[in-house]
Design a protein around this ligand. Structure first.
Ligand SMILES: Cc1cc2nc3c(=O)[nH]c(=O)nc-3n(C[C@H](O)[C@H](O)[C@H](O)COP(=O)(O)OP(=O)(O)OC[C@H]3O[C@@H](n4cnc5c(N)ncnc54)[C@H](O)[C@@H]3O)c2cc1C
Length: 436
């Protein structure tokens, strides 16, 4: 969503209750400090609810924004909300009145306790975010801490507003508050009740787990009791292994099979930790749960004349789905696929011995950093020259859509290269597997 739209939503979310409180007959909410404090508090509340809504798996939103933009917006809104909370606390302390004494928790009323808990939880969330980037703690533990702190912050904020009483005294402000609370409860219900229930109704059974390379497996599932969840090629789903879809642990994997066969879903998964190792050991007949499809990394709906796909390592999975889908649809448009890896084991598109070139106008360029003797493909990394050699000319008015998926540095470098080649940003699509 465009930043201006976010800004408008938040501005409206702040302006309405400020206007309502300004009308208070006792004039209690007039004066510079009061207004600054109120605008900061209401802005923070609106932003917090938006921050909370983004990862709630509302599919029109995840399908529109995509996982990368969604998480970037989530972080930016959260930081802005924390900034406004700090401003609110500062204005409460410096404005004429009890000053710092208001923060003395020994004598503080419940509303101040609630505000203090919310502020500490929010600051702890920022600390947790920083620790994720710097120290890379185990993801599942980190995520649990994040979810608990976020819910504590929201609950304490709600109690602060209720105990303060100001916002619930006037009809318009009350309507605003009830609106935000409804959005929050709706997001919680969607994320933790509705989506697991949907996964329960749309179970999948393991058909097979086969080796795709020494470090990756291909998991094949089929839908049981339903026709399979429709998806667009390039989208991903959250995989849960357990007796119920209400388990906390779940991991995102891109659906690598053709979108024309929604009842059959294939994932190629690289062994990097506990969960991916667990997948490698799954036995045929085992039930698993999927939450999806999600994501905006797809070629469906684009008006393209040609596609360029650039994959690094296991980043080939969305490209496999795109190629298999284009082949099944007998799509005549030319596709140029770059596959980069360290050794030949990373060329996962070869794993099934498919000959997609036979049913597509497909050119494949393989690039290895450490090839074996006798290697005839490109050597090194994806560079400007690699692109020039395979795509020497783009016709005027030709609409070329480029998809890049792989490790962060590779995605950044490839994006720069295709952008320098004159492809507009709106036609460069990226997906990162290590976004969190
Ligand atoms: C949109 C998307 C699509 C993906 N598609 C594929 C794919 O097709 N094939 C593939 O092999 N990998 C894919 N991944 C990466 C995959 O999700 C992680 O490798 C996997 O979750 C690792 O879990 P683990 O327990 O095996 O390893 P861990 O050691 O627990 O995790 C390794 C890293 O994976 C990431 N990760 C772990 N758990 C999660 C989680 N629940 N949510 C988000 N990220 C997590 C974190 O960055 C973590 O540091 C995708 C990731 C994303 C975001």
């Amino acid at each position: 969503m465009a930043p201006t739209l976010w800004a408008l939503l938040v501005a409206a979310g702040v302006a309405v209750p400020v206007w309502a409180l300004w009308q208070a007959p006792d004039g209690a909410h007039r004066g510079v400090w009061r207004v600054v404090s109120l605008v900061a508090a209401l802005g923070a509340a609106s932003l917090l609810v938006l921050t909370f809504l983004l990862p709630s798996r509302f599919r029109p939103l995840t399908g529109y924004l995509g996982v990368e933009r969604l998480l970037r917006s989530h972080r930016a809104l959260a930081l802005a909300a924390v900034g406004l909370v700090v401003l609110h606390v500062v204005t409460v302390v410096v404005r004429p009145g009890p000053g710092l004494g208001i923060l003395d928790l020994r004598t503080a009323p419940p509303r101040v306790w609630a505000a203090s808990v919310a502020t500490v939880a929010l600051l702890a969330l920022v600390g947790l975010g920083v620790s994720r980037r710097r120290r890379r703690p185990r993801y599942e533990g980190w995520r649990l801490g994040h979810v608990i702190l976020a819910n504590v912050a929201l609950l304490a904020t709600t109690l602060h507003v209720l105990w303060l009483g100001d916002l619930t005294r006037f009809a318009v402000a009350r309507a605003w508050f009830v609106g935000l609370a409804t959005l929050m409860v709706g997001a919680l219900a969607l994320r933790w009740v509705w989506r697991p229930l949907r996964s329960l109704r749309h179970r999948y059974v393991v058909d097979e787990v086969r080796r795709a390379s020494p470090t990756a497996v291909t998991l094949v599932l089929h839908a049981t009791g339903h026709g399979g969840l429709e998806f667009r090629p390039g989208q991903f789903a959250w995989l849960k292994i357990g007796t119920s879809p209400f388990v906390f642990e779940e991991h995102p994997f891109t659906i690598a099979s053709a979108a024309t066969e929604p009842w059959r879903k294939e994932f190629t998964i690289k062994g990097v930790g506990d969960f991916s190792e667990l997948v490698a050991g799954l036995k045929p007949g085992r039930h698993v749960f999927l939450d999806g499809p999600h994501g905006a990394f797809t070629l469906d709906g684009l008006t393209s004349d040609r596609f360029v796909l650039i994959a690094g390592g296991v980043g080939i999975t969305p490209m496999l789905s795109m190629l298999r889908t284009l082949a099944a649809r007998h799509d005549p448009r030319p596709v140029l696929l770059f596959v980069a890896g360290r050794t030949a084991d990373d060329l996962l598109h070869r794993a099934d011995g498919e000959h997609l070139e036979e049913s597509l106008d497909l050119q494949v360029v393989e690039i290895l950093e450490e090839p074996d003797d006798g290697w005839e493909g490109e050597v090194g990394r994806f560079t400007r020259e690699t692109l020039e050699r395979s795509l020497p000319r783009i016709r005027r008015r030709e609409r070329v859509d480029v998809f890049v998926c792989g490790p962060g540095p590779m995605v950044a470098a490839a994006t720069r290269i295709v952008s320098d080649r004159g492809i507009p940003g709106s036609r460069i699509h990226t997906e990162l597997f290590d976004v969190v």
